[in-house]
Design a protein around this ligand. Structure first.
Ligand code: ADP
Ligand code: MG
Length: 605
């Protein structure tokens, strides 16, 4: 019997002796009496050492024993200041450069993140520094954990239904607080909250990973088996190595199956690859040894908590106002757009920020594998997401099923999260041919490559089909610098036999500018055909749109709904919005109280 099965059998056996549903029992050998060893979170080495030295005398620790107030584990001499670049020397590491420090919070557990470079490592290190528990407190927590499992009666639904997780957490925290009263009468409320948060992370969640999941600067979290520390992809520093290690392969497996259980998926030896989506929108992939030959792996791709808008993109210099205004115009007049790019280049985000440029009087249907698109409430929008088959192989609803169905729902515009298969591409182009406008993302590093991939096997779309596509926008991610830029904006110009790609804008990596390197032909011609606007009028329209965007930057109008409102108002009364922008007026009159209030809550890191 291998380890994983063994862990599962243990859980099963325990289940028979308690009346808690199977799903309610965490895989982590829950009922065992606390042992005086590796229960500690490996990152906190000091604590593990403490633990060995002391024997547990008191099960009711005194107030003093309980929590050592927040203590910087590795580096006691620096201030917790955001973005300080400071040289400090600790006993072990010479020439440690602190690149950045900040605090994060999850379920009342607060921690400080320190990112530093050291002489011995080639990449920055990510330290998670949090209040440490004394050995005695730890022992009490273990006892409480056992009691908590039997106290809180959870229905199977509560565990399987992802939306119920918040309720489950509340239930646990409430009971945990009650137990704290009993076992830790001297603790302050704050400490109790912290401890129950810790307990919840261990029991329901992913331990320390719950904490770093709440770090807004992280994009990816990867576990490559238990021998290596966790790696994370940081918005400011790229790949960095953390000081967090999992205990053993079983723990990696337990986390993977805990994630699976939350969303009704399983990972087993017979089905060792799992792709799941957390309730938070984060995407998780897990693989088991020996398929992943070095050990069990988990890859978490974090979903951006506060959605991007065009204004964030402009501020981050992802694209220019001029290009944004051009794309706005293209969307206004129903030109079809494909957003391309490599993995995690920002394709979906780009698609998402462009879609609010649609007029509110049109019916929009979006189709995705995972719900990522988030549109302003002013739009007439019906979102769909596909579903995988259940373990019996039933109930699957594919992107293709949804796409075919969408065409029967009289949409004006169709958004397709990502085109992966030939069939999806075919249906998309069929939709375009039958008079809908369509937007999608597609994998490809350059416009030319996108075209090649679409016209060659396995996609094999005929050139005549592709001529319905007007614009390809290519997103690019500089992995080392963590930059995201629009690399190319190209239009497709149909010729007698094929289509020509006319790259109008291209990013210059030396100057970091999205330069205009060509002239628009087809886009201008088509808009002229639809509207009768002359070249000059089109240019003026683009300038006005750019001015509105500029005003939105100045006035920090960057929540999804506020941006949506300005655009909706633009379609209702263009002159009014242009006047607001040209006079740099206060937007509150246009936005109304609610959206004005919302404006400053949509901060992105
Ligand atoms: N312009 C941008 N600037 C900074 N970060 C971005 C930008 N676009 C996307 N991101 C971030 O990059 C990550 C991947 O973005 P996503 O749109 O899902 O990529 P893709 O669809 O290409 O895989 C997300 O964490 C997202 O928040
Ligand atoms: Mg995507």
């Amino acid at each position: 019997m291998n380890k994983n099965n063994k862990a599962k059998t243990q859980v099963k056996q325990k289940q028979e002796t308690t009346n808690v549903p199977k799903e309610a029992i965490p895989d982590k050998k829950p009922i065992k009496k606390p042992k005086h060893k590796t229960e500690s979170i490996p990152a906190v080495k000091n604590h593990a050492q403490n633990y060995k030295k002391k024997s547990i005398k008191a099960i009711h620790p005194t107030k003093k024993q309980m929590i050592k107030t927040p203590k910087i584990v590795k580096n006691p001499n620096h201030k917790i200041n955001k973005k300080t670049v400071k040289k400090t020397t600790s006993k072990k590491e010479k020439n440690t450069n602190i690149l950045e420090t900040y605090t994060i919070l999850a379920d009342n557990v607060k921690a400080t993140v320190e990112i530093k470079t050291t002489e011995t490592e080639y990449i920055p290190l990510y330290f998670l520094v949090r209040p440490q528990m004394s050995a005695a407190t730890h022992a009490v927590l273990n006892t409480m954990r056992d009691e908590l499992i039997t106290m809180v009666n959870l229905s199977v639904k509560e565990f399987v239904d992802p939306s119920a997780l918040t309720t489950v957490k509340k239930k646990f925290i409430k009971k945990a607080m009650e137990l704290m009263e009993k076992y830790l009468p001297y603790a302050t409320d704050k400490d109790k909250e912290l401890l129950s948060g810790n307990l919840i992370h261990e029991m329901l969640g992913l331990g320390d990973i719950e904490l770093i999941l709440s770090d807004p600067y992280l994009e990816e979290i990867v576990i490559n088996g238990h021998k290596e520390p966790l790696w994370v992809y940081h918005k400011h520093h790229g790949w960095v190595k953390t000081d967090i290690k999992l205990k053993n392969e079983d723990q990696v497996y337990n986390y993977a199956s805990a994630i699976g259980r939350r969303v009704g998926r399983q990972i087993t030896n017979l089905d060792p690859l799992m792709d799941a989506h957390l309730t938070t929108g984060d995407r998780v992939n897990a693989t088991l040894f020996p398929i992943s030959t070095q050990g069990n792996t988990i890859t978490i791709r974090k979903f951006s908590r506060s959605p991007w808008t065009i204004i964030h993109f402009l501020e981050a210099k992802t694209l220019t106002k001029e290009v944004a205004a051009l794309l706005w115009l293209a969307i206004q007049y129903e030109l079809n757009i494909l957003v391309a790019g490599g993995t995690a280049a920002g394709k979906t985000s780009m698609l998402n920020i462009l879609m609010p440029f649609m007029p509110p009087n049109q019916r929009i249907i979006s189709i995705e594998d995972t719900r990522e698109i988030n549109l302003p409430k002013f739009l007439h929008w019906v979102p769909f997401s596909s579903r995988e088959a259940n373990p019996e192989g039933k109930g699957a609803v594919s992107m293709l099923d949804l796409l075919t169905n969408a065409l029967r729902m009289r949409p004006d515009r169709i958004i397709i999260g990502e085109i992966r298969r030939a069939k999806e591409a075919e249906v998309m182009f069929e939709a375009i041919r039958t008079g809908h406008s369509a937007y999608a993302t597609f994998h490809g590093d350059k416009a030319t490559e996108v075209y090649k991939r679409l016209t060659n096997p396995p996609m094999n779309l005929p050139d005549a089909f592709l001529s319905a596509l007007h614009i390809i926008v290519v997103q690019y991610r500089h992995r080392r610098k963590g930059l995201r830029r629009t690399l190319e904006v190209a239009e497709l110009i149909p010729t007698d036999t094929t289509n020509q790609l006319n790259v109008v804008y291209r990013w210059n990596p030396r100057t970091d500018v999205l330069e205009k390197i060509g002239k628009l032909h087809r886009v201008v011609n088509e808009i002229n055909l639809y509207t009768g606007m002359t070249d000059i009028e089109i240019d003026e329209d683009i300038e006005k749109k750019a001015m509105i965007l500029d005003w939105m930057i100045k006035r920090q109008i960057k929540t999804v709904n506020a941006v949506g409102k300005v655009i909706a108002e633009y379609y209702r009364d263009e002159k009014k919005v242009i006047e607001f922008a040209s006079k740099n007026k206060n937007p509150s009159e246009l936005l109304g109280d609610e959206l004005t209030k919302e404006l400053f809550s949509g901060e992105k890191p």
